[in-house]
Design a protein around this ligand. Sequence first.
Ligand code: CA2
Length: 146
Amino acid sequence: MHVLLVNGPNLNLLGQREPGIYGCDTLATIEAELTVEAQADGIKLACFQSNFEGALVERIHQAMGVSQGILINAGAYTHTSIAIRDALTGVAIPFVELHLSNTYAREPFRHRSYLSDQAVGIVSGFGSKNYSLALQGLTHYLRRNG
Ligand code: CA2
């Protein structure tokens, strides 16, 4: 089974700024630990981060015919990007939306997501642990429905 992890804008700064909101783990650490966890479960994980909306759209397109599932923290694009929504629905690959923070406990503009109604599940509010929880949820879904 092949899974793609997509991280959106500013998540490359994880562990370097705002630890009170986003925690102390760097994105490199999160990706490395999730890769090990995935491998132990027989899953090949590909990781991608970009600060550019079009690059995220293109990476999602490249997953067609390769990845059976997608984990995505689209960052602020969650709340603005119809293009990323359309890419995810266009490739028709089941995806889990994840966030480090509980977006519903934050500013009102973070309460709207263009992705949630298309996701097979959402994980929000448990910091970097959410990457592992999202992978578990996605693989559980794919093994039952894939
Ligand atoms: O909670 C999340 O995971 C978010 O997707 C993070 C986004 C935010 O716009 C969403 O509303 C919720 C922001 C990512 C910014 O990441 C930083 C990490 C360290 C320092 C500064 C920004």
